[in-house]
Design a protein around this ligand. Sequence first.
Ligand SMILES: *[C@@H]1O[C@H](CO)[C@@H](O)[C@H](O)[C@H]1NC(C)=O
Length: 281
Amino acid sequence: MKILSITRALALSLAARQGLAAVTQGISDTLYGRLIEMATLSQAAYANLCKIPPAITMVQKIYNAQTDINGWVLRDDSRKEIITVFRGTGSDVNLQLDTNYTLAFFQTNPKCVGCFVHGGYYLGWISVKDQVESLVQKQARKYPDYALTVTGHSLGASMAAITAAQLSATYNRVKLYTFGEPRTGNSAFASYMNTHFHSTDPAATKYFRVTHTDDGIPNLPPTAQGYAHSGVEFWSVEPHNAHNTYICTGDQVQCCEAQGGQGVNAAHVTYFGMSSGACTW
Ligand SMILES: *[C@@H]1O[C@H](CO)[C@@H](O)[C@H](O)[C@H]1NC(C)=O
């Protein structure tokens, strides 16, 4: 038994290093619980952070009126982390960002060489960059041993990915959890993320890209328009539990994307039984 599982683990890590597709079923209860915590914050962001754990302190809200980007910098002293969470699409202004697939040069992070990101979300990022960076910097200085965690769902997921990419140029304690993330950038951006967030190894990754059954948003924008995914995909199928969460590595279309969903569907708006902004959990 033991030999078999070691062989499988080796095959997985080898496949991952070569960028080949690998899928394994089941994650630990600890990791599953962690994904639920981050999904709770991301879904609560649609409703002014309803029902988030009392241990989490609100530091300050992030907001830009032109782009209607909404986020919060939070702090969890029990887990020693500074959390930045972004709300997903909540207005027509946000929808205009969602549908702007023009790739924009990722000018704010020169360490990301040849990187282009989703043009609409880049406008979103530019609109809140100063707020995010100064808030995170103040907290990071005050709490040097805290992790810098970034999370969000849908538009909020791509905002989180761009933010994490930017913060990773300055800090090496950034962690990223996204839910129903659209493709956020080109292949140079994807490689940058995979390198900085150790995403060739599911056991070491700091980029958890969570998807749900046939959520159609991870299939957009199309790869044909120069977009690619990054991070390690954690694919949750129903009934959702730790065993029904798959780990998917490599750059092939597989797991969630292979289900063929397109755009916003039922699977997109609910993660681990929690609907965006419903606050019923
Ligand atoms: C789409 O995004 C690009 C790149 O960020 C930007 O230059 C352009 O103005 C945007 N288009 C619209 C209609 O907002």
